[in-house]
Structures are given as C-alpha cells and as structure tokens.
Design a protein around this ligand. Structure first.
Ligand code: FES
Length: 155
C-alpha cells in the first residue's frame, strides 16, 4: 500500500503534468487511479487542496463515472462480461465459478490484493462471447473449466 507521502507525490506530479488545469479533472483522476489502482480519500483531498476545487465536486466526478473506484482494487481487475451476447453464452456461470474459486463476491477484492472481481456490460467483442478480461488480457470463448488454469498464469 502506498504511503501518504507517495500519494502526495503522485498527486503533485500528475497535477503538474496537466499544468493544474481544472478542466482536465477527469484525466487527472484517471491518471491517479492508474497509479494507485483506486482513488483513496487522501488523494482526493490532496487534489482538492492543490487545485482549489471543492472536495464535494471531485467526489461528484469520482462517483459519477463507473470507471472510478473509491475502494482499493487488486493488481488485476477481472471483468466478467454480462452483456447480452455473453449472458446467453453462459457468462453468469463464469462469474459464479470465479466467485467460488476466489472466495469473493462480485465487486470485492481478494485478501492478498491480487484480484478485484467486477461485472461489466459489454467489453466490445461480442463475437468472442463469453468473454472475461483480466487486466489488459481478453479471454474469449471462456468455459468454467478453463478458469483455474488461466488464473494460475496471474499468480
Ligand atoms: S456482450 Fe460480452 S463482449 Fe459484448
């Protein structure tokens, strides 16, 4: 976990990159989240002070967009597609299996902070259904039985 000083430095460097431009708030939050894996309260408070933007306004933005997370996330985010194409091809079975194998519910992070399990609406590759994305890797035509083998590659 990043220390307070590291969060301060991360925020400072990212704000500098955008020249403190208040209209770049979404990009700033994206960069902070990429760096810290989520948006900790300390980071939002620091952004608020440094950019002189009310903390409530920053929270409004951070909670409006699904891509932002205020809760710690794992090193890898596992996104199980629940879009129509994936659903009819058994996507919900994949979620059940992952929840069972990992011992966490959808939306939660494993204790070792390696994985966060999430459901998404469509990953934009419906012809490959059912699809699960782990980090940047898309796993097409996935079956429940393939899950343990795939997960081993991320440990
Ligand atoms: S519905 Fe799953 S990728 Fe589109």
């Amino acid at each position: 976990m990043k220390t307070m000083k590291t969060i301060e430095k991360t925020v400072k460097d990212i704000i500098k990159k955008y020249d403190g431009d208040k209209t770049a708030m979404i990009a700033i939050l994206q960069d902070v989240q990429e760096e810290l894996r989520y948006l900790p309260k300390e980071a939002l408070t620091s952004i608020s002070k440094k950019m002189e933007v009310p903390l409530t306004r920053i929270y409004e933005i951070a909670t409006f967009y699904n891509a932002f997370s205020l809760k710690p996330r794992g090193k890898y985010v596992i996104e199980v597609c629940a879009g129509t194409a994936c659903h009819v091809q058994g996507g919900s079975n994949l979620m059940d299996r992952l929840e069972r194998d990992m011992g966490v519910a959808c939306g939660e992070t494993t204790k070792d902070k390696m994985f966060t399990l999430e459901e998404v609406r469509c990953l934009g590759c419906c012809s490959l259904a059912p699809v699960v994305r782990i980090g940047a890797d898309v796993h097409p035509y996935l079956t429940q039985d393939e899950i343990p083998k795939i997960m081993r590659n991320y440990k």
